[in-house]
Design a protein around this ligand. Structure first.
Ligand SMILES: [Zn+2]
Ligand SMILES: [Zn+2]
Ligand SMILES: [Zn+2]
Length: 198
């Protein structure tokens, strides 16, 4: 059973972000980088092939990433700089958005953001949404569980404590001094062979 996380922002884990870039080099080759530690193809002059790889790679990340339902909005963490003109309060479920500016054409970004920021981010489209937590939903109201028993407080007689044996039985004292076989009386006697010496 998974515990449900409280909805406080402090209890959320930070939203994740993956950035895939096609980076050109001076020798007219290019390479693909990923912010995660992924195996990348070697440098190549085939820029189109590298771009196809980057698109496939970001799509693979989007498929593999199970969106955290308790992820904090990544956009919020960047002070919502991507939609500076429109301020919103982060709200709603967590979605995974892919941003790709065709004018730049060489950067793909996957981020976990809230449902309020997602439509405001430029060049972004929602790839997947967070799966709701597996815990059972709460009941709208809880049944009354008060411990009041019917009939009011129980009356307990005070100041009376019956012995566990009952009143009728008087404990019989052991008879002392009736018969005594005297082997227990030797201690005080002096013997000559004692080592007391004193
Ligand atoms: Zn990667
Ligand atoms: Zn935002
Ligand atoms: Zn947000």
């Amino acid at each position: 059973m998974a515990l449900t996380y409280p909805d406080a922002p402090s209890a959320r884990r930070p939203g994740r972000c993956w950035t895939i870039r096609v980076v050109g080099h001076r020798d007219r080759t290019a390479s693909v980088t990923c912010s995660s530690t992924c195996a990348m193809p070697p440098r190549s002059r085939d820029l189109a092939a590298l771009r196809r790889f980057a698109e496939a790679h970001v799509a693979a990340h989007a498929r593999a990433a199970a969106v955290h339902h308790d992820a904090a909005c990544w956009c919020r963490r960047q002070q919502c700089a991507l939609h500076d003109g429109t301020r919103v309060n982060c709200a709603g479920g967590v979605v995974l958005v892919l941003r790709h500016d065709p004018a730049v054409g060489q950067v793909w970004t996957l981020t976990e953001v809230c449902s309020a920021c997602a439509p405001l981010m430029p060049h972004a489209r929602v790839m997947s949404r967070a799966v709701p937590p597996p815990a059972a939903p709460r009941e709208p109201y809880e049944p009354l569980a008060t411990a009041s028993e019917s009939g009011g407080p129980r009356r307990v007689p005070g100041g009376f404590s019956a012995p566990p044996g009952g009143m009728g039985q008087v404990p019989v004292p052991e008879r002392r001094g009736g018969r005594r076989h005297g082997t227990a009386r030797r201690r005080g006697g002096r013997t000559a062979s004692g080592g007391a010496g004193g």
